[in-house]
Design a protein around this ligand. Structure first.
Ligand code: SAH
Length: 339
């Protein structure tokens, strides 16, 4: 038995042709799977009965298994989802004013080693398959009415598992109806892949986790900076193939006494001068594994104002789901195989 979601559309077509049915039945199958989201082949009433029988003999309709749902007072829900091999990832459902945001994972763990991030402490356990990425979205859709956006800001570095992430984005676009402009890829800045990603999906939104205004500190906290230092990131921000000059989001996690001084704000402002970016400030989400602290609110506001005075649009991202450890950098699974 195989998970039917592990088939790409061309593969589904093959399977169906091989069984002697017309290729267009693959379209019908995918509509049942991704749009109507039925969980039983028998419900696929416009597929020939025999095909339904054959498919249910060889395949199962495998969603990630919901192990736990935690809900915060603000309505944020964190789902712990178990995969077929017993590993688990977290996916977060965040209600916003006019839509819902789905925060999803791309890897079990991560190997980027950012010293402030809880996921990094797990190391990389494995990449997610593309259907484990779309599976998170299908699960989150069960809680949702109306529009949703997707952000790859859960566990993992999406560009370190780009082939699966790209295939997932393709399926979400073609079969679930998520335009890439409603999908944000958040990255530490694996620059050649980022360029590739934007050539493949010109409308894809990008968020770049800069977090520090100089190479000395960025390299210390984000080892990837030794490979792709700030200068190269800034250069990339200048000439990435972005459609209609959409603005890239620069993310900056504020840690007390580490990167939150007025001088750091000025440095960041100078660094980004002339670039079409918006800045997301993320006050650090504290966690038991790591010693760093969130700055007091006045300090966050002062940092934001300084950048606004320099002409930037700045958002302070309130960390929804803090109470349930669903906020950025807190997605660390202690549940699952081998732990
Ligand atoms: N690997 C990708 C996506 C996952 S992290 C990336 O780095 O962009 C998503 C965002 O959360 C990043 O901007 C990261 O810097 C930030 N983050 C990590 N740990 C955090 C923490 N403890 N508090 C607040 N933000 C954190």
């Amino acid at each position: 038995m195989r998970n039917i979601f592990s088939l790409t559309h061309p593969q589904a077509r093959e399977e169906i042709l091989r069984r002697g049915y017309p290729a267009y039945q693959a379209d019908n199958l995918f509509k049942w799977l991704y749009q109507k989201r039925v969980k039983d082949f028998q419900a696929m009433t416009d597929l020939p009965r025999d095909l339904r029988e054959e498919l249910s003999r060889d395949f199962f309709i495998g969603y990630p298994r919901e192990v736990e749902v935690l809900e915060a007072p603000d309505g944020t829900k964190k789902l712990l989802l178990e995969l077929e091999d017993g590993e688990a990832v977290e996916a977060v459902w965040i209600p916003e004013r006019n839509h819902t945001t789905f925060c999803i994972s791309s890897q079990v763990g991560c190997r980027m080693g950012c010293r402030f991030c809880a996921t990094a402490t797990m190391g990389l356990r494995r990449n997610l398959k593309f259907w484990e990425i779309t599976g998170q979205v299908l699960k989150l859709l069960e809680f949702t009415e109306g529009r949703a956006n997707i952000v790859f800001m859960g566990m993992g570095e999406p560009l370190d598992n780009w082939e699966n992430v790209a295939m997932a984005i393709e399926i979400l676009r073609d079969w679930v109806g998520f335009s890439p402009r409603r999908i944000t890829l958040s990255t530490v800045g694996l620059l050649p892949r980022l360029r590739e990603a934007l050539l493949r999906f010109p409308n894809l939104r990008v968020a770049l986790s800069l977090n520090f205004p100089d190479d000395e500190r960025r390299s210390k906290f984000m080892p990837i900076n030794r490979k792709f230092p700030i200068g190269e990131i800034i250069e990339a921000l200048r000439d990435l193939p972005i459609k209609r000059r959409e603005r890239i989001t620069v993310e900056y996690v504020l840690m007390e006494g580490v990167n939150d001084s007025p001088e750091d704000a000025r440095k960041l402002g100078r660094l980004l001068r002339g670039l079409k970016v918006k800045i997301n400030l993320i006050p650090y989400n504290e966690n038991a594994l790591l010693p760093w602290k969130r700055p007091p609110e006045e300090r966050v506001e002062a940092f934001a104002s300084r950048l606004r005075e320099m002409g930037y649009s700045v958002f302070v991202r309130d960390s929804k789901g803090n109470e349930i450890k669903a906020a950025c950098g807190q997605l660390r699974t202690s549940w699952g195989k081998g732990s």
